[in-house]
Design a protein around this ligand. Structure first.
Ligand code: PLP
Length: 292
């Protein structure tokens, strides 16, 4: 139940449908966002709304899809999706997709549709994951950094390797996957950016093979506020094994410690002090307790 914003109108959940010949369903050209609203002292607030909307518009532009609505309209659609569904803590899924007027790879003559759905998603990470972290496995699937849409666009078609990697990790007894780029350097998780702590400094892969994560940018700002040295550089898998701490960041994952990679314990095998500090700052920020 509930309402979904579709092409400028709020429609009942069950009626928010698309045809089986929807072009994006066949060829995957489309883009989306994962956004979150948190319950703050001033009521529900969408964290980093502007940044997510900007990235959605950049994604569409990179994919050469002409957005039929302004950023203001899409911002308001997201606020309305939270408000009109009476949600306090929500996950929001805006998506831009092509219509069903034609098949074939030519896409410039198709209608561009936009939808925003929101559903209840309390901010809750299991105490085990939050404090002890998760087990991760390096994936046999890679990130293609040669693909220009990889780091700036959250494009539907970029998620095939992410999904294969996550399934592979789970069937191998881990909770999340680490994808390398085509040269073997660390790229990112299936839906998260990665950070490591080395010699008390924070290191994260540069934006050549991973999505320009909004949580990543937030954490870099917080780390700089704390006076930490932050380096964006190529990281090898070995460096993760011998890191003092490692964690993932993402709208869904928030700040998630990594306790093990490929059966090797990382640091103390639980959340380290720098991760704990940044995780605390992140939870305060999303709840509106920290100017961010
Ligand atoms: N990397 C990938 C592949 C993702 O799908 C996501 C999730 O959006 C992220 C990283 C983290 O990005 P953000 O912090 O903007 O949610």
């Amino acid at each position: 139940d509930g309402l979904i914003w579709l092409d400028g109108e709020m429609v009942p959940w069950r009626e928010a449908k698309t045809h089986v010949l929807t072009h994006t369903l066949h060829y995957g050209l489309g883009c989306f966002e994962g956004v979150r609203a948190y319950n703050t002292a001033n009521g529900p607030a969408i964290f980093r709304l502007k940044e997510h909307t900007d990235r959605l518009f950049n994604s569409a532009h990179i994919l050469n899809m002409k957005m039929p609505f302004s950023k203001d309209v899409i911002n308001e659609a997201q606020r309305a999706a939270v408000r009109e569904n009476n949600l306090d803590e929500a996950y929001l899924r805006p998506m831009v997709f092509l219509g069903s007027e034609g098949m074939g790879l030519r896409a410039d003559n198709l209608q561009v549709h936009v939808m925003v759905a929101a559903w209840s998603w309390p901010s809750y990470m299991s105490p085990e994951a939050k404090e002890l972290g998760i087990k991760v496995r390096t994936s046999s699937y890679t990130r293609h950094h040669v693909n220009i849409t990889m780091c700036k666009a959250k494009a539907n078609g970029n998620y095939i390797n992410s999904m294969l990697a996550l399934n592979e990790a789970i069937s191998g007894g881990a909770e999340e996957a680490l994808l390398l780029d085509n040269e073997g350097y660390v790229a990112e998780g299936s839906g998260e950016n990665i950070f490591i702590v080395r010699n008390g400094e924070l290191h994260t892969p540069e934006l050549t093979s991973c999505l320009a994560g909004i949580t990543r940018a937030t954490i870099i700002d917080f780390a700089k506020d704390l006076g930490l040295v932050v380096k964006e550089r190529r990281i090898t898998r070995d460096e993760v094994y011998i890191a003092e701490e490692a964690f993932f960041t993402g709208t869904a994952a928030e700040v998630l410690p990594i306790r093990e990679l490929d059966g090797r314990q990382i640091g103390e095998g639980k959340r380290g002090p720098i991760t704990e500090k940044l995780q605390g700052m992140y939870f305060d920020a999303v709840k509106g307790k920290l100017a961010a």
